[in-house]
Design a protein around this ligand. Structure first.
Ligand code: ZN
Ligand code: MN
Length: 249
């Protein structure tokens, strides 16, 4: 058992006494096209975290189910129904409080697994604020975006026609393939978006231009997604992240 929410308090105390790596999946409630659920980022960050925890004898906390504001150029933006955004300070406070509480219980190794692009700097801010409070305990904290671990050989197999980059991959081949691997019942295969990649200018506008964003909510085609590509990525991400976790801890 790796999920903290499934443990009783004596079981949790006994596990923490063995100095586990505690993984924190960081997701969002955000549109992911007409074919994927709003909870995709939390589902995938949790699935990746679970694989890591099983390999290193770690624990997984419940995912942060909400995240920093979906942006047009990386998540489609706030105008899609269901996308439910937190202010940056709220995300940072959640992360800081969660670290302080885990450290109070004796946890000394934490790993934040970010599954929502826009969370990156606010999770970092929460960790930095927490370290001012609890750094003296010797706690060490890792932070990563799982997609950054994609290796050239995997890119060749998953993106034979070229990798558009993590930001444009919103609700596209990576996330759809991983969902087909981990939770196929959650993918509406008859509604896969298949259109050209969004072509964003190198600046943002407030209020945002909705017409910059494809109406599907995906930022590039998901047509090439397959469960097999999901398996290839899931296994490679797990092996690469496990190696990094073992190296650091
Ligand atoms: Zn996503
Ligand atoms: Mn996202």
């Amino acid at each position: 058992m790796v999920h903290v929410s499934d443990l009783s308090w004596p079981e949790y105390a006994e596990r923490v006494a063995r100095d586990p790596v505690v993984l924190v999946p960081c997701g969002a409630l955000e549109q992911h096209g007409p074919h994927l659920p709003l909870g995709t980022d939390a589902i995938l960050a949790s699935a990746v975290s679970t694989g890591i925890a099983e390999a290193v004898g770690g624990l997984v906390l419940p995912a942060l189910a909400y995240g920093y504001k979906s942006m047009p150029k990386s998540g489609g933006g706030a105008h899609f129904p269901g996308t439910t955004n937190l202010d940056g300070g709220t995300v940072a406070s959640l992360v800081r409080d969660l670290i302080r509480e885990q450290v109070r219980h004796g946890v000394r190794r934490l790993c934040f697994v970010v599954g929502h692009y826009e969370n990156q700097w606010f999770v970092t801010e929460g960790i930095d604020l927490a370290m001012r409070e609890v750094g003296h305990t010797g706690v060490r904290i890792m932070r990563l975006e799982y997609w950054d671990f994609i290796e050239p050989a995997t890119i060749e197999r998953v993106f034979p026609d070229g990798y558009p980059g993590a930001a444009l991959e919103h609700a596209a081949v990576i996330e759809t393939s991983l969902m087909l691997h981990y939770q196929p019942h959650h993918v509406r295969l008859d509604r896969l978006p298949d259109h050209r990649s969004a072509d964003f200018p190198p600046y943002d506008m407030f209020p945002p231009h909705r017409h910059w964003v494809p109406s599907s909510g995906a930022l590039t085609s998901a047509k090439a997604a397959t469960a097999e590509k999901g398996r290839i990525m899931a296994e490679q991400f797990r092996d690469s992240i496990v190696a990094a976790v073992r190296r650091e801890f």
